[in-house]
Design a protein around this ligand. Structure first.
Ligand code: MIC
Ligand code: SF4
Length: 642
């Protein structure tokens, strides 16, 4: 039986387990990446493991998220990451060098390798045929130390691409169409593998836009074959030697398959407040626009920026629109500066931001009250822009640029002829903003600012859990709800006690206070609880507040792993209707959870307030079972070492 691409790479890296969907496997990790907002925690955890040097083929630490330096905190964290990485053998991408996923794709990614990153958009690397997975910082720390990465063997879903894009339809519109078809839950437990004739019509940056936003499907990762187009890209990056061809077998078998006809795609937009609320731009109509933001790890490549520059050339941004542009990397920005495209953008009135995440993570450029903001980003969750009342639409760079000129949401098809940008034969390669680590044996002082606090640790699971339901939330709660991130909070990513006071506040501002007053408790959620970011702060802050369990209809992949790593019980209703049988404030009792977990996956929860017994399911591998019983991954590792 022929193998698909995902199976081929997993098989090569398999350390344990059977490759049957759903059963736990572990794989060897070749490369890791961290970024600064999850990185401080990951390196604190790496230090706690007491390992001297990283054991991966290449590990890179990026500074790209927490770039506003309104106080000492972010700069302190940058210095900590710079020194701790130098000491332990990790490359350091300096602030200004670009967004982690864009730079990793340009400079370090290798087809066929595995990459684990402490950021949910790590699957961008799938654009060059890597098996690139996002995870919590602790899992990445373990991988840096040479440990395996555990995951349930995903199903493989093939997206068969037919035909060719026409007019002003772009890669962003392809992934928006996939999101429309599959929804934000459609990829859970799956690897999305792209195949079919249409693949040959897409450049690497276009493929990377698609794999990047596969994160919004909830997928484990997304991947394209590594073919001649990949080779051309790597050659232009001066890295032809990193190329290997990786294709699925001709008779490859897939668990599921869908088909997308590229020639039928027209410009699309994800309307507020979810990436799968997708409609045709032409159907939404000419709504007035206040802000346009172009950039992020989804759409900030050279090709994207050149299209934007061409649309803006000789025009002026509409008087009622603020247009901000953040090229994805120093390489991209430098090229635009050299070939004059940057001048065209500036002349048109664009506000140029540094090469970083910026407004995508609410680091500045919060729109005005009730604003309509068009963004080429990947997430439009309510409030993520920094303005709760803002209406954020996710669109392609072409739609964004054209609308910025028009002042209303506009279909770029009106521009007439499709803009074709060719990839340069060689990109501007200059890695002077990447610092190599200190040679092994050198003494490096790790600099820790006062903002860096210890991370919370759970205790061994013992006795009964008898506590209150502190909050009950609905479906699709994101990690942005659980642990909001914005310009004011991001500087505290290495300070859980501070952050905990903002936990779940978008759902209920009183939640942290109530959790503290009750000495902890239980959270009740709907389906896909914890979708979005990989931030383990969404588990660590609840842990700090004494949360013992989350009972939900279903969980998002990375968040569920982060809960288990923190020793918090992720319990899924056996019968979703039981969601109605718990109200906020109800007193819940889980008798001897340790014994129940040892006995199997059924966990009985007694609602003392209404007398009902609710069956829940905990899905754990035997390793995760030991981890939960030990009180989380760090305690588990410590117990293994003793
Ligand atoms: C995001 O896009 O939500 C982030 C910010 O990049 C997060 C990481 C974080 O919370 O620091 C992610 O995607 O994992
Ligand atoms: Fe940065 Fe936005 Fe990409 Fe997250 S999604 S890595 S915040 S650019």
């Amino acid at each position: 039986m022929g193998k698909n691409l995902a199976q081929k790479i997993i098989e090569k890296h398999l350390l344990s387990g059977e490759m049957t969907p759903g059963s736990e496997i572990s794989i060897r990790i070749d490369q890791t990446l961290t970024q600064d907002s999850t990185g401080t925690m990951a390196y604190l955890q790496f230090e706690a493991m007491g390992i001297d040097r990283v054991k991966t083929k290449k590990s890179v630490a990026y500074i790209d998220h927490n770039m506003l330096q309104a106080g000492f905190e972010n700069a302190d964290d940058h210095k900590y990451i710079q020194t701790v990485t130098s000491k332990h053998g990790i490359y350091f991408s300096r602030p200004g060098n670009g967004i982690c996923h864009q730079v990793q794709l340009e400079r370090f990614g290798v087809p066929g390798m595995t990459l684990l990153g402490s950021d949910s958009h790590t699957p961008t690397g799938g654009g060059i045929g890597m098996l690139a997975i996002g995870a919590g910082g602790l899992d990445v720390a373990v991988a840096m130390g040479g440990g395996p990465y555990y995951l349930p063997m995903p199903k493989v879903l093939k997206v068969n691409l037919r035909g060719k894009l026409t007019g002003f339809a772009s890669a962003k519109d392809i992934i928006l169409e996939v999101l429309r078809v599959l929804s934000v839950k459609g990829g859970v437990g799956k690897i999305v593998e792209y195949g079919g004739e249409g693949v040959k019509t897409l450049t690497v940056p276009e493929r990377a836009t698609i794999t990047n936003m596969g994160a919004e499907l909830g997928a484990t990762t997304s991947i394209f074959p590594s073919d001649d187009i990949t080779k051309e890209f790597l050659k232009a990056q001066g890295r032809e030697e990193d190329f290997t061809e990786i294709l699925p077998d001709a008779d490859a078998v897939y668990d599921e398959e869908i088909e997308i006809d590229l020639s039928s795609i027209t410009p699309l937009a994800a309307t507020p407040h979810s990436p799968d609320n997708v409609k045709k731009v032409s159907d939404i109509g000419k709504i007035k626009v206040d802000q346009v933001a172009i950039g992020s790890c989804t759409n900030s490549s050279y090709m994207d920026m050149m299209k934007v520059a061409k649309i803006l050339k000789g025009k002026t941004v509409h008087p009622d629109v603020s247009l901000v542009i953040a090229p994805g990397s120093k390489q991209v920005l430098n090229t635009l500066a050299q070939n004059g495209a940057l001048a065209d953008m500036v002349a048109a009135g664009a506000r140029i931001l540094e090469s970083a995440c910026g407004p995508c993570i609410g680091m500045g450029q919060a729109p005005r009250t009730n604003a309509v903001s068009l963004r080429t980003f990947n997430r439009n969750f309510e409030g993520r822009s920094g303005t709760k009342s803002a209406q954020v639409y996710l669109v392609s760079p072409e739609t964004a640029a054209y609308s910025a000129i028009c002042g209303v949401l506009s279909d770029p098809t009106e521009l007439g002829d499709r803009i074709e940008i060719t990839q340069p034969d060689s990109f501007m390669v200059n890695d002077n903003m990447v610092l190599a680590p200190a040679p092994e044996g050198n003494d490096v002082e790790v600099v820790r600012g006062p903002n860096i606090k210890e991370f919370p640790l759970n205790k061994k699971l013992e006795g009964d859990i008898d506590c209150k339901t502190l909050i009950k939330v609905e479906d699709n709660i994101t990690t942005d709800h659980i642990m909001p991130s914005n310009a004011k909070l991001l500087p505290y990513r290495s300070n859980i006690p501070y952050l905990a006071d903002f936990c779940l506040t978008p759902c209920d501002p009183e939640f942290p206070k109530r959790a503290k007053e009750n000495g902890g408790g239980i959270i009740v959620g709907g389906s896909n609880y914890g979708q979005g970011s990989s931030r383990e702060h969404a588990a660590l802050a609840p842990l700090y507040l004494g949360i013992r369990a989350v009972i939900a209809k279903s969980f998002a992949r990375i968040h569920m792993a982060n809960l288990i790593n923190s020793g918090i019980l992720p319990l899924a209703f056996e019968n979703e209707n039981d969601y109605e049988n718990i109200s906020e404030g109800d007193n819940l009792v889980i008798e001897n959870p340790a014994e129940q977990i040892q006995a199997g996956s059924l966990i009985k929860v007694l609602n003392k307030t209404n007398g009902k017994t609710i069956n829940t399911i905990i899905t754990l591998s035997s390793r995760q079972k030991d981890m939960i019983l030990a009180g989380g991954l760090i305690n588990y590792m410590r117990s293994m070492n003793n």
